[in-house]
Design a protein around this ligand. Structure first.
Ligand code: PBG
Length: 323
């Protein structure tokens, strides 16, 4: 009587498969990244991210409300300013596009969702780097930390619940934590982009924010082959007071997510980035993949690897499918 062990018995019906599912994806675990463009009068489609737009102030508010109604767990906001300068001053300005949009959304949604903001200079600098440049054109880590501290206060004041430092400067979590605490904002948390790799898959995002970067970010973002280094970054961020840690990109770094989840005692997020989105969308548009099942499989895989939370451009659609 062979085979005597039949794992297929647990796969016989949808009900059986649901019963034994080890990994689930819930809408509240998904975070929607959103772009808002200063001075825009119409939402502008992003060519390399079909289905994603640069919002106007108004369309952002409307889309945010819809996302929350669909059940997503949070929103991550990125600003696209009209003008940029060497120091990224638009990021500190209370009237800068990101801070204005944060204020709009906090006003509209209160504590109904978790409002997160990208805390980085690259969208606001004319050279496109995530920090200030010194006289030789190198990114000046410690000068950048001071600006991040000010940016943190501006975003906290504008209404963000969680700040997401994505610039990979050494000490950024500690600098932000200290600035917040010193100014009476110990209520605002830090979602640390702890292990952020230098990736070709950020390409479409750079269109989305109209990045002016030439060159790369390899002196601050991690090399794709390193995992011990990611764990070191995570430990440092935990030590500096990170409330959540994140791995980015997602799908190509499932082993990193797993390793981080194994050592982290705070929630772990994964960012399914623009290039991951674009890949699946392009294949689906050609009829090469079944879009819905491909998307849900990617989200399940990120969760299975150890991500408690997934940032994804499919958050709203997936939340509706999963309800
Ligand atoms: C930097 C930032 C980037 C992304 C999020 N924050 C781009 C970069 O590091 O070049 C990428 C997100 C994506 O590709 O979806 N502020």
């Amino acid at each position: 009587m062979f085979p005597s062990h039949r794992p297929r018995r647990l796969r016989t019906t949808p009900a059986m498969r649901r019963l034994v599912a080890e990994t689930t994806v819930r809408p509240n675990q998904l975070v929607l990244p959103m772009f808002v463009k200063e001075g825009a009068t119409e939402p502008t489609p992003i060519a390399t991210m079909p289905g994603v737009v640069q919002h106007t102030r108004d369309s952002l508010r409307k889309a945010a409300v819809e996302a929350v109604q669909a059940g997503v767990g949070g929103l991550m906001l990125f600003g696209v300013p009209e003008t940029r300068d060497a120091t990224g001053s638009g990021g500190l300005d209370p009237d800068g596009v990101l801070n204005v949009a944060l204020r709009d959304l906090r006003h509209e949604l209160g504590d109904e969702t978790v409002l997160m903001s990208d805390l980085c200079l690259d969208e606001f600098t004319d050279h496109g780097h995530c920090g200030l440049l010194d006289a030789d054109g190198n990114v000046d880590n410690d000068a950048t930390l001071r600006v991040y501290g000010e940016m943190a206060l501006a975003q906290a004041e504008a209404g963000a619940h969680l700040l997401g430092p994505s610039g990979m400067m050494d000490g950024q979590v500690g600098a932000i934590r200290e600035a917040l605490d010193r100014h009476g904002r110990s209520d605002v948390g830090v979602l640390a982009y702890s292990a952020k790799y230098s990736s070709a898959f950020y390409g479409p995002f750079r269109d989305a924010v109209e990045s002016q970067l030439t060159g790369d970010r390899k002196t601050y973002q991690q090399d794709s082959g390193n995992v011990r280094e990611a764990l070191r970054e995570v430990r440092l961020d935990l030590d500096e007071g990170a409330d959540l840690v994140m791995v980015k990109p997602g799908m190509l770094y499932l082993d990193v997510i797993r390793a981080v989840a194994d050592i982290s005692d705070v929630p772990v997020a994964a960012y399914q980035i623009s290039g991951e989105y674009a890949m699946v969308e392009a294949a689906a548009a050609n009829g090469w993949l079944d879009r819905r099942s491909a998307v849900l499989e990617t989200l399940t895989s990120l969760r299975r690897a150890g991500a408690d939370i997934v940032l994804t451009y499919w958050a709203v659609e997936a939340a509706r499918w999963l309800r």
